[in-house]
Design a protein around this ligand. Structure first.
Ligand SMILES: [Zn+2]
Length: 239
């Protein structure tokens, strides 16, 4: 019987394991083109993580000028290329909060917010920073509507949040930064960098937690507390 060819493997970032893993190359297409004295290479590979079996696509782009010698642990010299790598689905650029992963907001009342957040995180993962900035502002506006804010202008929304005692006056500047950044992206084409987006996202996550998830959890705990109270034996008379 003919011997099976050895499986081709390489190390790549597994989005599910959140780290570099040994992956099996399930299929690959290699392309190259020569322009003057440069050869441009493009490798497309379908990879399967050996740990969790997650399957994804990796595109590596490089050219002949980026090759350099690398010595392995046995002292053998191999030529390797500096590659620009792109993954599909993209590698997560910001870890989603636990409540988003567990789809806590994927309810009839909060579905619009769940969708806006899902699109915003996808924009961050895909390096669409301007759209992510707009998504963060939109998610803030939807959250405000869900907790009963009627104002439609962002300045008025912030004031109404204070007058209804839903945020403190000290929170206004922090949330104002989120609104200003979103406005600048929507109307003036401003592109926040990755660090800015992380900060804006964290401000939004705190706001959503305080406005919606905290009260949701308190309501759940109230229900559990009532059930416990009903089971606790009453205090004996005269004790
Ligand atoms: Zn994996």
């Amino acid at each position: 019987m003919a011997e099976q060819p050895a499986m081709k493997k390489l190390e790549a970032h597994c989005a599910r394991c959140s780290g570099i893993r040994s992956c099996i190359v399930e299929a690959e297409v290699k392309k190259s083109k020569e322009i003057e004295d440069t050869v441009y290479y493009e490798d497309w590979q379908i990879l399967k993580c050996e740990g969790c079996k997650y399957t994804f696509l990796l595109k590596s782009s490089y050219n002949n000028w980026t090759s350099r010698p690398v010595t392995d642990w046995q002292g053998e010299v191999e030529w390797t290329f500096d590659k620009e790598q792109k993954y599909w689905p993209p590698i997560s650029k910001r870890k989603r909060p636990e409540w988003l992963i567990k789809r806590k907001l994927d309810t009839e009342d909060n579905h619009r917010l769940y969708e806006a957040l899902t699109e915003t995180y996808t924009a961050i993962d895909s390096d669409l920073h301007m759209l992510a900035g707009i998504g963060i502002r939109t998610s803030f506006e939807i959250t405000s509507t869900l907790i009963g804010i009627e104002a439609r202008n962002f300045g008025q929304i912030l004031n109404e949040l204070i007058t209804k005692d839903l945020i403190k006056a000290a929170d206004k500047d922090r949330l104002g930064a989120l609104v200003n950044a979103g406005n600048a992206s929507a109307h003036r084409g401003w592109t926040p960098d990755h660090k800015d987006l992380n900060i804006l996202c964290e401000i939004l996550e705190h706001f959503i937690h305080d406005a919606i998830l905290g009260p949701m959890r308190r309501a759940e705990l109230d229900e559990h507390a009532r059930a416990i109270n009903a089971r606790v034996p009453p205090k004996p008379k005269g004790a």
